[in-house]
Ligand binder design. Structure first.
Ligand code: TYM
Length: 339
């Protein structure tokens, strides 16, 4: 993301997205979000962040949390995001995010927040810790987005509701104080927008699933990936066909389509007359080959923490410059006294 207003590239469309460091991302995070970010960085002015502040809405172990922040940053690089092309940073290292959250929280309605599916799910799952942060999560997410004035927010389908709320907050703010924010659009890829659990294909694949067989982690070894696909829940028809009621097979077909760029029709033809066992093994192989170079690069990067820290620092300096401009503008328009 450019930090100088004179830069002619400012005419490019802008995009921003973030990912929480709550464990190693899944194949769902990769196919639904991260892979698309890599494709976008050549066309747009992009910013991507590790949303560590969001992660503390549930309890984290400090040592593990620190490692996960490094790991997530390393993975952003390993999947192909390039700090020369995109702005890469850690959310907590840019104070304007927390400051802007307060301004936006005062323009987010209680009723809007209670309607958020993620809040309902997470508060049911962690019902001993339904904290204010969990409730206000979308205001922080709106701050992440609006500070960088993006036109697009590339996310998986599960985050669409939060981006819609961000639009409402931005419009409300602009109506009250004049044009402060660009009103962004969710940018959801058709393929693999919602990769599903391998064990319960009615649910999304999630890195916090208690059942390890339900998700493919980007760090899973080839053996583990093969085993998890072989155990994937399907149906009793033994026919590789994309159809209603065949959630398990539909999910595997979508994954296969996403990693090979093949069309669903062609996949049906490829596996005509072949059983699920053959299909599952081919899908697993395709996923293993997709992840292999990412895993290699990730392992190398994790050996050099000081390099990662240096890149974090450079990113935070650039992100502070961009975000501060928007924050100051919002404060000024609201009537705060800036010194
Ligand atoms: P998070 O960390 O849960 O997920 C990161 C991205 O991965 C997508 N995703 C999926 N896509 C397809 N299939 C799946 N099974 C799947 N699971 C996850 C998510 O949609 C997301 O795009 N609140 C956000 C992080 C965030 C953010 C932001 C995003 C914080 N601030 C600002 C965009 C802009 C979250 O928890 O994503």
């Amino acid at each position: 993301m450019n930090t100088t207003p004179q830069n002619p590239e400012l005419n490019k469309k802008r995009a921003l997205s973030c990912i929480q460091p709550t464990g190693i991302p899944t194949l769902g995070n990769y196919l639904g979000a991260m892979r698309n970010w890599v494709a976008m960085q050549d066309e747009m002015d992009c910013a991507f962040a590790v949303a560590d502040l969001h992660a503390i809405t549930i309890r984290q172990n400090a040592d593990q949390f620190r490692r996960q922040i490094y790991e997530m940053f390393a993975l952003l690089l390993a999947v192909g995001l390039d700090p020369e092309k995109s702005l890469l940073f850690i959310q907590s290292q840019v104070p304007a995010h927390a400051e802007m959250t307060w301004l936006l929280a005062c323009h987010t309605q209680f009723g809007e927040l209670t309607r958020m599916t993620q809040f309902k799910d997470k508060s049911a799952k962690h019902n001993d810790n339904i904290n204010l942060g969990l409730f206000a999560y979308p205001s922080l997410m709106a701050a992440d987005i609006l500070l960088y004035q993006p036109n697009y927010v590339p996310v998986g389908a599960d985050q669409k509701q939060h981006v819609e709320l961000t639009r409402n907050i931005a419009e409300r703010f602009n109506n009250l104080y004049g044009n402060v924010f660009v009103v962004p659009e969710p940018y959801i890829m058709k393929n693999a927008a919602r990769v599903r659990s391998l064990q319960d294909p009615t649910k999304k694949m999630s890195k916090s699933d208690e059942n390890q067989n339900a998700f493919i982690s980007l760090k899973d070894s080839p053996d583990v990936i093969m085993r998890k696909f072989k155990r994937a829940v399907t149906d009793s028809e033994a026919c590789v066909k994309y159809a209603e009621g065949k959630d398990g097979i539909n999910n595997l077909m979508e994954i296969y389509a996403a990693v090979t760029d093949k069309k669903l029709d062609d996949i049906e033809a490829e596996f005509e007359g072949k059983g699920y066992g053959v299909f599952k093994a081919v899908v697993a192989e395709a996923v293993i080959e997709t992840l292999r170079p990412i895993q290699q690069k990730f392992d190398d990067l994790m050996k050099d923490k000081s390099y990662l820290k240096q890149l974090m620092k450079e990113g935070s300096i650039r992100a502070q410059a961009v975000s501060h401009r928007t924050l100051n503008n919002a404060l000024k328009k609201m009537g705060f006294v800036l010194v």
